[in-house]
Write a protein that binds this ligand. Structure first.
Ligand SMILES: Cc1cc2nc3c(=O)[nH]c(=O)nc-3n(C[C@H](O)[C@H](O)[C@H](O)COP(=O)(O)OP(=O)(O)OC[C@H]3O[C@@H](n4cnc5c(N)ncnc54)[C@H](O)[C@@H]3O)c2cc1C
Ligand code: SF4
Length: 430
């Protein structure tokens, strides 16, 4: 069997591993370790916040190493998952098919989505136990003609206890994440190596022959016939650039901004994250208790149970880039205008709920959907193989998106990764 290395175990990497495990000798290299949900009671960070010692979002990594936080020069907070399951373990569980930008360049992923919907339970079962504040917000959005829709979620939501900790890792195992695909891959012979940070792809005579990685203090080499890079929207461009393949300066991140207010017993901190969605042209809106703002933003200084908050998630202009460990990303004037439109709509929603206008406050801009630095084009739509890469190197993660979705991307990333899987099986095992 040919040797395939998959770099990264998140949405793209795990979907590939599952589909390739019995067709190649698969080794998955993952920089992080086993995922553990944030297990501390929220009273701990709340108490530390009162001392004034919580002032930088990066501190959360001390208590929750699976959540990697970086900051741009513009002080935008960037979030991604590091560890088995990648960022899927931190997700709100939203499962949406969002392949409009791929269809525009001629890519049809119907078959891959059908496989995902067959393998992953998806439902809106959580709606039966919504809190009062969620029901009220939903009705207000309907009355405003915003056409809210209960969010389709991946997992077994009949068992959801609405603890509100989705983005801190589900302690009940309700939410589906990509570890399920990894378990399946490992049971079919794939090897999963953790604590292994790939630094570059080794190229000889124009072909990849393996990868170089840091494992503890050692530099190690893994040989391969095929290298599949799925290290995420920040990790993949860093590896490719370091290997001599320059990605495009088209990074998007889907910035999130919350508009919040005091509302006694809102209990959003005990509600499922993002219970419903409002789709707008350049952003989505959703009820969301924003932990990063709650812990680190000094304006979020009332008890968690009494905060009502609406999130704006923007499809931002693809203008940033990754340079080694540094990420350059700033909002354009257009992005700022669109965010401001979202703020106005969210303010209107909160006012209709009955909050006091003087008690509305904003969250910290944070972003966790990086991608776009190796975008598929009409030319690469059939092969899923950007020209700059050697013929035995593929990318299978959010880096391939032609533009920001401004929407939950996991399902669409996994559908793309599955297509990459089919193409490499055809090309390398035929
Ligand atoms: C708080 C939060 C909530 C979210 N909620 C949702 C949601 O509800 N629904 C949704 O669809 N999306 C959601 N997202 C976004 C989604 O989780 C990510 O966009 C998606 O997981 C990205 O998939 P990926 O395969 O590109 O990368 P990732 O899932 O990030 O996987 C990349 C993996 O590569 C590893 N890696 C990185 N560099 C290296 C290296 N050099 N060597 C080895 N391994 C490396 C990383 O540790 C990671 O495991 C959320 C994101 C955040 C931050
Ligand atoms: S609300 Fe709690 S139990 Fe329900 S999916 Fe989220 S983390 Fe899991």
């Amino acid at each position: 069997m040919k040797k395939a290395i998959i770099i990264g175990s998140g949405a793209g990497g795990a979907a590939l591993a599952r589909d390739l495990a019995d067709k190649f000798e698969v080794t998955i290299l993952e920089t992080g370790g086993a995922f553990k949900p944030f297990s501390y009671p929220l009273t701990l960070p709340e108490a530390v916040k009162k001392t004034g010692l919580l002032f930088d979002e990066r501190e959360i990594q001390l208590l929750f190493p699976a959540m990697r936080i970086r900051k741009t020069a513009d002080k935008m907070t960037l979030v991604n998952g590091r560890g088995i399951g990648g960022t899927t373990t931190l997700s709100a569980g939203n499962a949406l098919r969002m392949d409009g930008p791929l269809k525009k360049i001629g890519i049809n992923l119907d078959a891959e989505f059908a496989e995902l919907y067959r393998d992953i339970p998806v439902s809106t079962a959580h709606q039966k136990r919504w809190k009062q504040s969620t029901k009220q917000l939903y009705t207000i959005c309907e009355e405003m003609g915003l056409h809210p829709q209960p969010t389709t979620k991946m997992g077994d939501y009949e068992k959801c206890v609405h603890c509100g900790r989705c983005v801190l890792g589900c302690p009940q195992g309700v939410k589906w994440d990509s570890r399920k695909f990894l378990d399946n891959a490992v049971s079919h012979g794939a090897k999963l190596i953790t604590g292994c940070r790939v630094t570059q792809i080794i190229i000889e005579n124009g072909r990849a022959v393996g990868v170089q990685a840091k494992q503890g203090s050692s530099t190690v080499t893994y040989n391969a016939d095929l290298v599949l890079v799925a290290a995420g929207g920040f990790g993949t461009p860093a590896i490719l650039n370091n290997s001599g393949f320059n990605c495009e300066n088209r990074l998007f991140v889907d910035p999130v901004l919350c508009v919040a207010a005091a509302w006694p017993n809102a209990l959003q901190n005990k509600e499922i994250s993002m219970p419903f969605l409002v789709q707008q042209e350049h952003y989505i809106l959703s009820p969301y208790f924003d932990y990063l703002s709650y812990f680190f933003n000094r304006h979020w200084n009332i008890p968690a149970r009494d905060i009502v908050s609406m999130m704006i998630k923007l499809a931002d202009t693809p203008t940033g880039h990754v340079e080694g460990d540094k990420i350059r990303k700033a909002l354009t004037d257009t992005d700022k205008e669109r965010l401001q439109q979202g703020v106005q709509t969210c303010t209107e929603i909160l006012l209709r709920l009955g909050v006091d206008k003087e008690k509305i406050f904003l969250g910290t801009i944070n972003a966790g959907h990086p991608g776009g630095m190796l975008p598929l084009t009409i030319n690469s739509a059939a092969t899923f193989h950007p020209d700059i890469l050697p013929e035995n190197v593929y990318v299978a993660d959010a880096s391939l998106f032609p533009e920001s979705l401004g929407n939950p991307p996991i399902f669409t990333i996994m559908a793309m990764a599955k297509r990459v899987g089919k193409l490499v099986v055809e090309k390398f095992t035929g």
